[in-house]
Design a protein around this ligand. Structure first.
Ligand code: TRP
Length: 331
C-alpha cells in the first residue's frame, strides 16, 4: 500500500518555478498513487502574516493547483488548519522529538537568521508539525524539493522513536521522493539565484498569470552569454544562464537537457529563445486560462477545500485515535 502526502505553502504570486519544481510532479503522481495534498497554512503563520493576504494566498494556491491539473475527485486537496488532527498530533510528536534533533535543522537557522531569540517557537517546531502532517495519514511517499530532505529524515526519526517508545508498529517510515535538480528553475536575470516570487524585478520570473506576449518578452530579454549553445550538457558548465534556459526547455518538453542540445547545439540564443517561449506558452497558456477563470470564484474554491478537509479528517481521525491508545490516553 502506498500513499502520497505533500504540502505547499499558501504563497500568492505563483511562478514557473513552483510549477516545474513541485506542482507538475504532484499532478503526475495522481496517476499511480492515492494522493493527499495540503495547503499548509499552519506552517505559514510561523512567520508574520497579514490575515487578508493569507486568506487570499490559500485560495490562490488552491486555484493554481486545480488549474495545473490536481483533480479533487481523485486526490484529496485541503487546507491544513481545517483538519485539527495536524495540530493535535504535532503536540504528541513534540514530546517524541528531541531538542537536540531540532537544533540541527538548517532551515530554522536560515529562516531565523541573526535574530534567533526573536523567532517564533512555531518556526522552531515547524519540522515536527511537518512530521505530523505526514504521519497523520500514515503516508509512505513524500514528494519534496531537495531543501526538505532534512525535515523528511526527522519525520522518519520521529516515527521510529514513537513506534519504539510505545512498543507499536503504528507509523510507517515515510520515504522522500526528491524532485530532481533539473527542475530547479532559476531567475531569468541571474542564473545562480532561484526564481522567486519576492524578486523585485518582475522580468526575473515567469508568473502563472503572464500572457503569451509577456512570456515572449521576458524570455527575449532573459540574461544569457554571447556563445552558441553547446551540443552536450558538459558544455553548459560555468554558464548558469544558458543552463537555466536549457533546463526549462527540457522540463517543459519532457526530455533530457542532452536531447534539447541535440536539437539546438551550435545555435545562438536568437534561435533558441523563441522556441523556448513557444514551449512555455504551450504549457502555461491553458493553466493560466483556467487559473484566471477560477481565482475569483471563492465559492467553488472553498467548496473544494471543505470537501477535501472532510475526506482528510476521515483518514486522520482514526490514526489520531490509535495514537491516543498507544500513548495511554484511552483504551
Ligand atoms: N516544509 C515544506 C516546504 O516548505 C512544506 C510542507 C509542510 C510539507 N508540510 C509538509 C512538505 C509535509 C511535505 C510533507 O516545502
Amino acid at each position: 500500500m502506498s500513499r502520497v502526502f505533500s504540502g505547499i505553502q499558501p504563497t500568492g504570486n505563483l511562478h514557473l518555478g513552483n510549477y516545474l519544481g513541485a506542482i507538475r510532479n504532484w499532478v503526475t503522481m495522481q496517476d499511480a498513487h492515492e494522493c493527499i495534498y495540503c495547503v499548509v497554512d499552519l506552517h505559514a503563520i510561523t512567520v508574520a502574516q497579514d490575515p487578508a493576504t493569507l486568506r487570499q494566498g490559500i485560495r490562490e494556491m488552491t486555484a493554481a493547483l486545480l488549474a495545473s491539473g490536481i483533480d479533487p475527485e481523485r486526490s484529496i486537496l485541503f487546507p491544513q488548519s481545517r483538519v485539527r488532527v495536524h495540530a493535535e498530533l504535532a503536540w504528541v510528536l513534540m514530546c517524541t522529538a528531541r531538542v537536540g534533533w531540532l537544533n540541527r535543522m538548517t532551515q530554522f537557522k536560515e529562516k531565523s537568521g541573526k535574530d534567533r531569540e526573536g523567532a517564533s517557537v512555531g518556526l522552531y517546531t515547524y519540522p515536527v508539525l511537518q512530521a505530523a502532517d505526514i504521519l497523520a495519514y500514515k503516508a509512505t511517499h513524500v514528494p519534496v524539493g531537495d531543501d526538505q530532505k532534512q525535515h523528511l529524515e526527522l519525520a522518519r526519526d520521529i516515527a521510529a522513536k514513537f513506534n519504539t517508545d510505545m512498543g507499536v508498529e503504528l507509523f510507517p517510515l515515510p520515504e522522500p521522493v526528491i524532485q530532481g535538480p533539473a527542475t530547479r528553475v532559476m531567475s531569468l536575470r541571474d542564473g545562480s539565484a532561484k526564481m522567486s516570487k519576492s524578486d523585485p524585478v518582475d522580468a526575473a520570473r515567469i508568473n502563472m498569470t503572464d500572457d503569451a506576449d509577456t512570456i515572449a518578452q521576458k524570455i527575449k530579454r532573459a540574461k544569457t552569454d554571447a556563445d552558441a549553445l553547446p551540443s552536450e550538457v558538459a558544455g553548459l558548465a560555468g554558464r548558469p544562464e544558458a543552463a537555466n534556459l536549457v533546463g526549462m526547455m527540457a522540463a517543459l518538453t519532457d526530455r533530457s537537457a542532452d536531447a534539447v542540445l541535440q536539437d539546438f547545439g551550435g545555435q545562438g540564443f536568437g534561435r533558441f529563445k523563441p522556441a523556448l517561449a513557444d514551449a512555455m506558452v504551450t504549457v502555461l497558456a491553458p493553466i493560466s486560462a483556467r487559473f484566471n477563470a477560477l481565482r475569483g470564484d471563492h465559492a467553488a474554491i472553498d467548496a473544494v477545500l471543505e470537501r477535501g478537509a472532510e475526506r482528510a479528517r476521515a483518514i486522520a481521525e482514526p490514526v489520531l485515535a490509535e495514537v491516543h491508545r498507544a500513548v495511554g490516553f484511552t483504551g
